[in-house]
Design a binder for this molecule. Structure first.
Ligand code: FAD
Length: 263
């Protein structure tokens, strides 16, 4: 497979950088081809602004989705954005790797999503009617590809458990795994999360690195998180509400959107 790692940490001597190198080495040893977008090293521009749309008339109001749609259709997005889109199209699997910062991804990575996932590329795709509501949530330009998160966190694992004070990790990662990755079509693999890493010693690093290597060995075969396909019959169209009675007993909130029938 071709694997793209989009990496967001400012320090090349960081734990995250060491883990990225572990992942690259293991994927390469498995015969995969790996490309890395090291966002800080690339000097990635995080904020969407007018400079993203050079063809926009100077006096025109900047309406982001419309400008994004027009620029994508005209092939007029900036070179840095189209280069990332080309990498995504080349890659069979995408890894987003980052330290958890304020229960979310670092701003530079969010800015990569905001700019690269353009209208017509990652959203605004497909027919919107009373039969379908676009090609999204399991369908779309990136359908057929795999994606996963590699995340480090300072907090302890139980802090992120079902009753943990930080909230369950599946819930915290839902906006990325479901909203950013499943939305444009990816099959999303369970995340790799390393907890309590801020004072990791060598033995701790070896344990985390071994777990990461094991996940890299199964990236092609791991079963994805069973997020439902929007147009697969589970949702009413156009309200996009889950049909009554499909949820697992007691499920609510984000858990509604996982089909656990085969679990
Ligand atoms: P580093 O600081 O680079 O290293 C961590 C430890 O690993 C160090 O002790 C280092 O010596 C050791 N280490 C062991 N082996 C190696 C090796 N081979 N190479 C490099 N280092 C090694 N945590 C949460 O849980 N939730 C949050 O919401 C959250 N928000 C945060 C917000 C901010 C702004 C910041 C700065 C931190 C936050 N944290 C949070 C903590 C954060 O998630 C961790 O600090 C981060 O995941 C650690 O990753 P790192 O790559 O920066 O580690």
């Amino acid at each position: 497979m071709n694997v793209l790692i989009v990496f967001a940490h400012p320090d090349p001597r960081s734990l995250n950088a060491a883990l990225r190198d572990v992942a690259v080495a293991e994927l390469t040893a498995q015969g995969h081809t790996v490309e890395v977008s090291d966002l800080y090293a690339m000097g990635w521009t995080a904020a969407v602004d007018r400079a993203d749309f050079p063809q926009l008339a100077p006096d025109a109001r900047l309406r982001i989705a419309a400008a994004s749609s027009d620029a994508f259709a005209a092939g007029a997005l900036t070179d840095d954005v189209t280069a990332e889109q080309d990498k995504l199209l080349r890659a069979d699997a995408l890894i987003l790797q980052f330290p958890l910062w304020w229960f979310a991804m670092p701003a530079i990575l969010k800015g990569w999503v905001d700019r690269v996932f353009a209208y017509g590329f990652a959203y605004g795709v497909g027919e919107h009617s009373d039969r379908r509501w676009g090609d999204r949530y399991g369908e779309g330009v990136l359908a057929g590809k795999r994606a996963m998160l590699v995340v480090t966190a300072g907090g302890w694992e139980p802090h992120y458990g079902p009753r943990g004070v930080n909230g369950p990790i599946d819930d915290l990662l839902f906006p990325i795994q479901h909203g950013v990755l499943h939305y444009p079509g990816y099959a999303v693999l369970p995340p790799f999360v390393a907890y309590r890493v801020d004072r990791l010693d060598d033995a701790g690093f070896d344990e985390v690195a071994d777990r990461l290597r094991a996940r890299m060995r199964t990236i092609e075969t791991d079963a994805p998180i069973p997020f439902r396909r929007q147009n697969g019959g589970d949702y009413l169209i156009p309200s996009c509400e889950l049909r009554p009675g499909l949820e697992a007993p007691g499920a609510s909130g984000f858990a509604l959107h996982r089909d656990e029938r085969d679990a």
